[in-house]
Design a protein around this ligand. Structure first.
Ligand code: NAP
Length: 565
């Protein structure tokens, strides 16, 4: 199937047909088989597979069984080539029974396990996924349009997060719940005491993920839920469900996951949320629009099921007025900005969308960023020299172009060409725009272009104005600022830190060691106020709060001490 109106030539069609036959499931095969594949079909590494093409249908995993949905709800495509890769259906899958099974079977099993045992489970999950890293990276290329480095970012994010929580479980040892603070005496004698404890919620972690991180999105939620003692039903975004499905399949086959701890729904959620219970947690990641819809779902409102929303964000980077183009912190800023545009073709919730640049540095920024971006080759990640792959699907490209059209109403293009000829497929040209009126509360501060696009906002270089412009984003996941001026840093943190979930200071002191702002560390919280959803995930043991209930237990102190530890 061609992705555009023009049909491919006969040679291209022949190649596609052969690719279909060989590349369908992306399992690696012995080299003797690999040698039989025409050389022209080889990419950076042979991506050939062990069996002739047969369109696979992703299955759901509910009540301890693999279940095929009825018919076909969606067909997934390679976003670079348009090749069909698999079909999806969750029609006829009994969501109510799936949730009940997890509550009744997996919940008690997990709650009976100690933190150390839950941690050991997470370690097995991490290692099983890691053992299939090459195969999964290949699926990431075919299903999500990932370059090799994009695919690593997703997969290593998943395994790293699972392993971090595995270690926390080991450190927590034999306990099964968390204590929250010291016991507090009540009344006139010390006999009566109150303890705060965090108990696992006796429901299901219903994890609904966005399309951009099929592996990490699952891993970050599952790690916290399972360590807390709560079973997980994961619903990946449909367009990139093939990768999420294979990750899940590996876990069921190889990680020795106890019965009832995991379930998978591939395809639209259907009536899933109609069956939530007051002990369930809906952990959602996706667009602000879907987040609002789910937040106001009647069953969520009626039961009071806990809801966490991780939504989109117009993340901001601020270049301070004290720097010049020779400063190390300036180089760091350029590296960060270009990485955030290039990585995952800009499809990261933490990618930088707005960039505050002092008037006197605007030309230097345009020049340096333009140089870096023009060096990044765009195309099918099957070519190992490609640095910017396609967006995850044609539908994603169309949404992103529509958002770009809005943004172009109040910006001018300073790097790149929105009409540049691109390969067939879900490609989008990297662009740097400049806001015509940075102070106006227009699309620049309100519309997320989920692709390799960022907007420069010229300003006077002061922390006061920077904070005012940051606020116009109405709540973000991450803000970064670059300065060697301590007074600027202190003032900006005081004025603007509360507008994001995370704020990162780049300076000459950390220029050699700072990660880019888009990297989410399991040790630090991820989430943000306002349009970012108001949610919070990860952050070490803080990540367990979502899946536990804080309870004040009051009674005879000496015995409570022994019971609660
Ligand atoms: P989306 O369209 O909002 O979808 C997100 C998830 O919600 C998908 O699994 C989708 O399933 C599901 N969904 C849609 N309608 C639903 C309904 N009525 N009931 C239950 N589930 C429903 O977002 P997306 O396009 O996948 O992801 C891109 C967005 O996510 C961007 O805006 C990005 O900024 C944001 N994001 C945020 C974070 C964060 O941590 N804050 C991380 C990554 C991405 P289907 O695919 O089956 O429709």
């Amino acid at each position: 199937m061609a992705l555009t109106g023009t049909s491919p030539g006969p040679k291209r069609q022949k190649e596609r047909e052969a690719r279909r036959r060989y590349s369908r499931r992306a399992f690696f095969v012995p080299s003797r088989v690999a040698r039989k594949v025409p050389k022209t079909l080889w990419v950076s590494r042979p991506f050939i597979t062990q069996e002739p093409f047969e369109m696979t249908k992703l299955r759901n995993y509910v009540c301890g069984n693999w279940v095929e949905g009825e018919g076909v709800q969606s067909t997934l495509h390679n976003p670079a080539t348009g090749d069909e890769i698999c079909t999806v259906s969750a029609v006829g899958v009994d969501r109510q029974a799936a949730l009940a099974y997890l509550r009744d079977i997996g919940g008690p099993v997990l709650r009976a396990m100690t933190f150390a045992e839950r941690g050991a489970l997470l370690e097995r999950m991490s290692k099983s996924i890691h053992a299939h890293r090459e195969e999964l990276m290949e699926i990431g290329r075919i299903n999500c349009g990932n370059t090799r480095s994009d695919a690593k970012f997703d997969l290593d994010g998943a395994t790293g997060t699972l392993m971090t929580y595995a270690r926390m479980g080991k450190e927590l040892g034999d306990a099964r719940h968390l204590n929250d603070g010291e016991p507090t005496p009540m009344g006139s004698s010390s006999r009566m005491q109150g303890h705060h404890v965090r108990m696992p919620r006796q429901g299901v972690a219903i994890c609904i993920n966005a399309f951009n991180f099929p592996a990490w999105g699952f891993g970050e939620k599952a790690a916290c839920a399972i360590l807390a003692g709560v079973p997980v039903l994961t619903k990946p975004a449909t367009v990139t469900a093939q990768l999420a499905h294979r990750v899940f399949e590996i876990l069921i086959e190889e990680a020795d996951v106890p019965e009832g701890v995991l379930a998978l729904l591939v395809g639209p959620a259907g009536d899933l949320l109609d069956h939530v219970d007051f002990q369930d947690v809906v952990a959602f990641t996706g667009s602000a629009a879907t987040g609002s819809l789910l937040r106001s779902h009647p069953a969520v409102l009626k039961t009071g099921a806990r809801m966490n929303v991780e939504a989109d964000s117009l993340n901001v980077a601020v270049l301070a007025g004290d720097l010049d183009e020779d400063a190390e912190a300036f180089d760091l800023f350029v590296r960060d900005l270009t990485t955030e545009m290039r990585q995952k073709a800009g499809q990261k919730c933490t990618a930088t969308r707005r960039v505050l640049v002092p008037h006197n540095l605007l030309d230097s920024v345009i020049e340096r960023v333009g140089e870096e971006i023009s060096r990044a080759r765009i195309g099918d990640p099957a070519d190992k020299d490609v640095r910017i792959g396609p967006l995850a699907a044609l539908s994603a490209r169309d949404d992103t172009r529509a958002a770009l059209d809005e943004l172009l109403q109040c910006t001018e293009v300073v790097v790149g060409d929105p009409n540049a000829p691109l390969p067939d497929g879900a490609f989008m040209a990297p662009l740097v725009l400049k806001a015509t009126d940075p102070d106006a509360d227009n699309a620049v501060h309100n519309v997320e272009v989920f692709g390799p696009v960022t907007t420069l906002l010229p300003y006077d270089g002061t922390s006061e104005v920077a904070a005012r412009l940051m606020r116009l984003g109405k709540g973000g996941l991450v803000a970064s600022f670059y300065t060697d001026d301590r007074a600027f840093a202190e003032d900006l943190i005081n004025r603007a830190a509360a507008f994001s979930g995370r704020i990162i200071w780049g300076s000459k002191k950390v220029a050699g060691s700072a990660p880019t702002p888009g990297v989410v560390w399991p040790q630090f919280i991820h989430g943000g106020p306002g349009r970012a959803g108001g949610g919070e995930e990860l952050g070490g043991l803080r990540g367990l709060e979502l899946f536990t209930q804080r309870v004040a237990v009051q009674g005879y102190g000496p015995v409570l001490d022994r019971i609660l530890g």
